[in-house]
Write a protein of this length. Structure first.
Length: 183
């Protein structure tokens, strides 16, 4: 069984991606939004998005090279092309498998993303992200053929992860259930 996992956590702004990423991977949870944090203040500049994503990818690749067992990337990942650089990166490192988790809750965007921007993300949302079979966990690939989606909705995330969340922040998540509504 593979002991190295890259979690690609996708969802709309305010869906809980960052929180889940930190719970899974701690300091090895990365997102493009990290680029816009300056001395604890979020200062978004859309013209710098390419650099923000490149920075995120470089942090992930550094963690992969260090052979960190669990790495999380928490970005919107609304379309396949946004996931592809991470998949390409892992083809060089045969130790890692990929799990995609889709957050569907709506806690409200901490970055104040305008409603029209969120709607544009919803409009272009790709419900099936393809992971090459060689990057899937063996037990998960039994239910997916190459070219099929291996995206997991919140209700499919293992009970072990829910237990871990409750151990780390019991008061915050006490009684909270996974939101699995359809888009």
């Amino acid at each position: 069984m593979n002991m190295y996992t890259l979690y690609l956590i996708r969802g709309l702004p305010g869906s809980g991606k960052s929180t889940l990423g930190r719970l899974i991977a701690g300091r090895h949870s990365f997102e493009a939004d990290d680029y816009f944090m300056k001395e604890g203040v979020y200062t978004f500049d859309p013209s710098l998005l390419p650099q923000a994503h490149e920075s995120c990818q470089l942090h992930v690749e550094a963690s992969v090279r260090e052979m960190v067992p669990e790495i999380a990337v928490c970005n919107t990942f609304s379309e396949q092309w946004e996931v592809d650089p991470y998949l390409e990166m892992l083809k060089e490192y045969h130790l890692y498998t990929v799990n995609i988790i889709e957050c569907q809750s709506d806690y409200g965007s901490v970055h104040g993303v305008p409603d029209h921007t969120v709607q544009a993300m919803k409009d272009r949302w790709c419900s099936s992200i393809v992971i090459p079979k060689e990057l899937c966990q063996e037990r998960l690939c039994k239910r997916a053929t190459e070219g099929a989606s291996t995206t997991f909705k919140a209700d499919e995330v293992s009970s072990a992860l829910h237990e871990r969340v409750n151990e780390l922040e019991p008061d915050k998540y006490d009684g909270v259930q996974a939101d699995t509504h359809s888009r």
